[in-house]
Design a protein around this ligand. Structure first.
Ligand code: CU
Length: 289
């Protein structure tokens, strides 16, 4: 899955196919991708974020500590809400102008974030935010014209204020997804239903976990091939995913998994070669029963 270089392209293709097939299929997919209410859905530490073409709406100030971002999509294509912490004196404008949000210089640290799962979806991620004045949310996915969403203005600047509340408990995860150079460590089979996944990055560079659910009878190879050359309908549907995250960090995401085969991949450009990590083998499949 390939939401990174090919995202918008495949999203638009998919939209056309689904519109041709009738809206009911579309709606069914959206509903399936919506996360069930759970521990993350309410509470004082929840921040609501809305994304669309091409904007991010979120508070200008967010209290520090363990924070759940609840991301609602108002777009037909998928978007990332990547949290970046910028070094003092740097601006998000400089970052987007120089890197398009596709790569991170040493002064912009990706903290992870949530990725939408189709039109109308609600996805989430829970992470720790330290007080600071220089944060931004950006979508680094690529639009049909080759520009990143960030370059089209999908950027939100915010600050993290020192919270006066006692920190809430960490989410209780039942699955761990570990990102290494260049692989995922995760149980190959999980039970259908809602899960809380702890995503860790103990490696030497940033990684992401872009997840799609293969349509019945489709293979991981077909999914990868489709992203390279999107001809016909996509062999998968999008799913809640995690934006790229710097080494040493962890976060949680929850989602409702229906039965099927899921593919996890990383398109983060390699630190040394700039090749997308999927080309270096950062791709896996899990089965949900
Ligand atoms: Cu990676």
């Amino acid at each position: 899955m390939l939401r990174r270089s090919g995202t918008a392209r495949r999203r638009w293709a998919r939209l056309a196919v689904l519109v041709a097939a009738g809206g009911s299929i579309f709606m069914a997919r959206s509903a399936a991708a919506t996360v069930r209410p759970g521990w993350h859905a309410t509470g004082p530490d929840t921040v609501r974020v809305t994304v669309g073409d091409f904007y991010i709406k979120a508070p200008a100030a967010i209290p520090s500590g363990l924070t759940t971002l609840l991301v609602k999509s108002e777009s037909q294509s998928d978007h990332s809400v990547l949290i970046l912490r910028l070094a003092a004196g740097r601006t998000i404008r400089q970052y987007v102008a120089a890197y398009g949000a596709n790569r991170d210089p040493g002064w912009a640290t990706p903290l992870g974030g949530a990725v939408t799962a189709g039109p109308g979806s609600e996805t989430n991620v829970t992470l720790n935010l330290n007080p600071g004045s220089n944060y931004a949310m950006v979508s680094y996915f690529v639009a049909p014209d080759g520009k990143t969403h960030a370059q089209k203005g999908e950027v939100h600047v915010f600050r993290v204020t020192r919270s006066t509340r006692a920190p809430g408990p960490e989410p209780k995860s039942d699955i761990t997804l570990t990102m290494t150079d260049y692989a995922y460590q995760v149980a190959p089979q999980i039970a259908a239903g809602p899960h809380v996944i702890r995503v860790e990055n103990p490696s030497g560079q940033a990684h992401e976990a872009l997840i799609v659910r293969l349509l019945p009878g489709k293979t991981m190879a077909e999914a990868v091939a489709w992203d390279t050359a999107p001809i016909g309908p996509p062999p998968y549907e999008s799913f809640s995913s995690v934006a790229r995250m710097a080494p040493g960090l962890h976060l949680w995401m929850s989602a409702n998994f229906k039965p099927g085969k899921y593919v996890i991949s990383c398109y983060t450009p390699d630190k040394k070669t700039a090749r997308p990590h999927i080309k270096l083998g950062m791709l896996t499949q899990i089965e949900v029963r």
